[in-house]
Design a protein. Structure first.
Length: 262
């Protein structure tokens, strides 16, 4: 069940995209001093969630090298503040994780170990920079701006969907946005040099109570490919998603006798 937490974090590898803004440049045409305007990039039509609290339950199915493992997931969140995840089976919790802006805490009841530290833990584990904002965007299927100075390409595809892509170091990041709703439908990340690829598909969109009617993906399929691990997949299907302003608790207490890992 610790693989569940890892697979959720894998989505952070490409969990960002940038809202494009119109850009213009001037150039003097032959025989004239009249500035020539380049066509402006189309604006990104993305819609994000706005609720304060989220309380959700899901079932996950992980497949790694033919080894299939199921788990029950519980997810609680206070926007821009804290993410709480619990993974277990048959009513018995195996892994619990709590993320804030500057801390990562993970407790594994199966081997009686725990970790408490910063995001350098996840960054080292995944070999890429990881942040709270990226994790939140991944779990909510939200659109996150790219780093300042990164110029995206915005293309309109069939049925009015938008594909936003840009290079991030040696990685190509792509976001596919639904027409009409502006919700993220797919995230893709590829690194040709290292042969690492990640695809996250968001499906089964159902309306939320708050904000009323906003589509939220009740099914997420993650596929990651790395030379060492091969293809790893995780299917997460939510059977309960409650949003609103009702306050939630985020308990995390390490029992005596657990060994701290670094």
């Amino acid at each position: 069940m610790n693989k569940v937490t890892l697979l959720l974090a894998l989505g952070l590898l490409g969990s960002c995209a940038r809202k494009a803004v119109p850009t213009t440049t001037s150039a003097a045409g032959p025989g004239t001093s009249t500035p020539m305007m380049e066509p402006a990039l189309p604006s990104v039509k993305a819609t994000n969630t706005t609720f304060i609290f989220l309380n959700a339950k899901a079932k996950a199915q992980i497949n790694m090298k033919g080894n299939k493992q199921g788990a029950n997931l519980s997810l609680r969140m206070r926007r821009d503040s804290i993410i709480w995840v619990s993974a277990g089976l048959a009513g018995i919790e195996g892994v619990r994780a709590v993320l804030t802006h500057d801390s990562v805490r993970v407790m594994n009841r199966l081997d009686k170990t725990y970790f408490s530290g910063g995001y350098d833990y996840l960054s080292k584990l995944l070999n890429v920079p990881v942040s709270f904002a990226q994790m939140q965007a991944l779990l909510l299927g939200d659109y996150l701006p790219a780093p300042t100075g990164t110029k995206p390409t915005v293309a309109t595809e069939e049925a009015g969907r938008q594909r936003v892509s840009y290079p991030l170091a040696d990685v190509l990041v792509e976001r596919l946005l639904q027409a009409g709703t502006g919700r993220v439908q797919q995230l893709k990340m590829s690194d040709e040099a290292t042969k690492r690829n990640l695809t996250v598909d968001y499906t089964d969109f159902q309306p939320l109570d708050e904000p009323a009617g906003l589509p939220f993906a009740h099914a997420t399929f993650i596929q990651a490919q790395q030379p060492a691990a091969g293809v790893v997949t995780a299917a997460i299907n939510y059977n309960k998603v409650n949003t609103g302003r009702e306050r939630l608790t985020f308990p995390f207490a390490v029992p005596k006798g657990f060994r701290r890992i670094k």
